[in-house]
Design a protein around this ligand. Structure first.
Ligand code: NAD
Ligand code: UDP
Length: 361
């Protein structure tokens, strides 16, 4: 213990990533639900490196212990297997509520469970926020806009969702999670934040690149995730045709997970309570995205020179357009994405390639 500033340094035989030393009065105790998932584990890394105390709640449905294994045993870190559908008691000052499967094959696998996770999970975490007076941040999604009639999508748009389609368990689940969030704000004075996230890529470029690389914190996008980025890259690396659903004219916007983590932390710590879009306004048709991946895999040293595209039937209720209007994030958080999509896509391809070569996936 440093008696001058009260800070504590822990020694152990493990080598952990170098966390910042905060005074106990500056160090927050933060709960991250879904912290063993793709976005959650990157958020956990950042909060840990900032010197906070982090508790992860996860049922490991789509997440994995290995995503946070580099922190296990660290005195600032705790990993708890828990399903957010069941209540949970703890004392914390901030709650990042991410727990929910996010990829269509995952959330459609057990749709009633997806709804329970969004509804009961969010009620439980809001109840915890109410009791402990913790600030609560919900990771909502661009999917609440459904198949939008407004383009790009502003936060003021109310959305166009089919309430009984195959995507409804996720889209409507997140819509009611937002409703619950603002109901607890109005009725119980819970201090809330809502991020509406647009799709992300994981790419390694960021100020954290060196730390991530050397500490092998790893990108952690699962090859079995089922979403377009991992599907196309894995298919192209294996020389299989890319599965394009429909005519490929539907659009999506992709952002770096580290840009997103910046946005989530800024939002949590600013004084702004309305929903905020976090996404990269660069918009790609899925066909165009497939061509970029084919080109990048062909340019890489081991990728096949050419892979075909196989057209499959369009997915039901597939939104035709997605592009965030991020003027609110810029105005109230001073946030905008720092990285262009093409800038780092090659690195994602290279990372998957290395994993395949080393037989890790
Ligand atoms: P992910 O599937 O990798 O992570 C979700 C995590 O939540 C996993 O670790 C999973 O095991 C856990 N989880 C699921 N149900 C749970 C339950 N009932 N109890 C406890 N833990 C549970 O997904 P992700 O891409 O990291 O998404 C994280 C959050 O961000 C989600 O809320 C998602 O809706 C939101 N989001 C993600 C994207 C995206 O493109 N990745 C886009 C919009 C919104
Ligand atoms: N898609 C595709 N081939 C795939 C996976 C996805 O053409 O192998 C399309 C899908 O129909 C959608 C877009 O890519 O239009 C993004 O799909 P994803 O599953 O990543 O998530 P969504 O944005 O639809 O939630």
């Amino acid at each position: 213990i440093n008696h001058e500033d009260g800070s504590v340094t822990y020694r152990s035989n493990h080598s952990y990533p170098p966390v910042r030393r905060l005074r106990p009065s500056e160090r927050k105790r933060i709960l991250v639900t879904g912290g063993a998932g793709f976005v959650g584990s990157h958020l956990v890394d950042r909060l840990m490196l900032m010197g906070h105390e982090v508790i992860v709640l996860d049922n490991f449905f789509t997440g994995a212990k290995r995503n946070v294994q580099h922190w296990i045993g660290h005195p600032h870190f705790e990993l708890i297997r828990h399903d957010v559908v069941d209540p949970f008691m703890i004392e914390v000052s901030q709650i990042y509520h991410l727990a929910c499967p996010a990829s269509p094959p995952h959330y459609q696998y057990n749709p009633t469970k997806t709804v329970k996770t969004s509804v009961m999970g969010t009620i439980n975490m809001l109840g915890l926020a109410k009791r402990t007076k913790a600030r609560f941040l919900l990771t909502s999604t661009s999917e609440i806009y459904g198949d939008p009639e407004e383009h790009p999508q502003k936060e003021t748009y109310w959305g166009h969702v089919n309430p009984i389609g195959p995507r409804a368990c996720y889209d409507e689940g997140k819509r009611i999670a937002e409703t619950l969030t603002y109901a607890y704000m109005r009725q119980n004075d819970v201090d809330v934040r809502v991020a509406r996230i647009f799709k992300q890529l994981l790419l390694l470029l960021s100020i954290l690149l060196i730390i991530i690389y050397f500490l092998r914190l790893g990108p952690r996008m699962s090859p079995a995730d089922g979403r377009v980025v991992s599907n196309f890259i894995m298919q192209a690396l294996k020389g299989e045709p890319l599965t394009l659903y429909g005519d490929g004219q539907q659009t999506r916007s992709f952002q770096y997970v580290h840009d997103l983590v910046d946005g989530l932390i800024l939002l949590m710590n600013k004084n702004y309570m309305d929903p905020v879009n976090l996404g990269n306004p660069e918009e790609y048709t899925i066909k165009n995205f497939a061509d970029i991946i084919r080109e990048q895999v062909a340019n890489s040293s081991v990728g096949p020179d050419n892979v075909n595209i196989k057209i499959l039937p369009a997915a039901m209720d597939d939104p035709k357009k997605r592009k965030p209007d991020i003027s609110r994030a810029l105005k109230y958080l001073g946030w905008k994405p720092r990285f262009a999509v093409r800038q780092g896509l090659q690195e994602t391809v290279d990372w998957f390639k290395l994993q395949v070569e080393e037989g890790l996936i």
